[in-house]
Design a protein around this ligand. Structure first.
Ligand code: CA
Length: 232
């Protein structure tokens, strides 16, 4: 069965170009030109979207407000959301990610980038239950809490492991500093975010040849991107 992608975007040329390219990839496409219509389509149980592409700049209900609503509704609580944002709206990006969006794409974007993000998000959703992560260099065993880089075991503290596991489980997705502090240190953590940076630095040091799997997203947080053995 084809997977349905709901595009919520008021700019018709952007929506149509996404439709054209994504249909060629075998997706079924729905378009909503307003947040209100987007919400209606997203909650329509007969054609529940597999993934939602959400423009933040919409007339009427804003993209962020819609994102908040979608995360509150049981039917769409876990539906992956990729936000479309303007370059200038750094704070919207962070707010969107904190509201539970899975990723964002900055306009203007290439269709290749959109496809890569969609595939990464869909892969991640499929693999939610995996017990271990493995790429060409790195192996993270969530059950035994052990990490191997190039076949050598890496000894991590509990916090370092929790941090790495958190990043790995959200592979490809930006984890904001606040999300990481909340998830790894707990909601009651009020310390400053330097604690997080110190842990990331130590984690990278210990990971040695695998350290590039953690990418810094300036001004936002970190993203796990995995390792490839040769060139990218
Ligand atoms: Ca717009």
């Amino acid at each position: 069965m084809p997977q349905t992608i709901l595009i919520i975007e008021d700019e018709a040329d952007i929506a149509e170009s996404l439709r054209y390219n994504l249909e060629r990839e075998g997706f079924k496409i729905q378009i909503a030109e307003s947040g209100e219509k987007g919400l209606r389509l997203a909650l329509n149980e007969s054609v529940a979207p597999t993934l939602i592409i959400l423009d933040l700049m919409l007339p009427g209900m804003s993209g962020l407000e819609l994102c908040r609503r979608l995360r509150r509704e049981p039917q769409t609580k876990k539906t992956p959301i990729i936000m479309l944002t303007a370059k200038s709206s750094e704070s919207d990006k962070v707010t969107g990610l904190e509201l539970g969006a899975d990723d964002y794409i900055t306009k203007p974007f290439s269709i290749k980038e959109v496809l890569a993000r969609i595939n990464a998000v869909l892969r991640r959703t499929d693999n939610d239950s995996t017990r271990r992560y493995e790429d060409e260099k790195l192996c993270v065993d969530f059950e035994d809490m052990r990490v191997f880089c190039c076949g050598q075991e890496v000894k991590l503290t509990r916090k370092e492991f929790a941090l790495l596991a958190n990043l790995v489980k959200n592979s490809g997705r930006v984890a904001t500093r606040q999300n990481l502090l909340d998830n790894v240190w707990g909601y009651s953590y009020f310390g400053d975010t330097r604690t997080l940076d110190v842990h990331i630095r130590r984690l990278r040091q210990k990971l040695g040849p695998c350290s590039e799997c953690i990418e810094t997203v300036v001004g936002v947080g970190y993203r796990f991107v995995g390792n490839k053995s040769a060139e990218k």
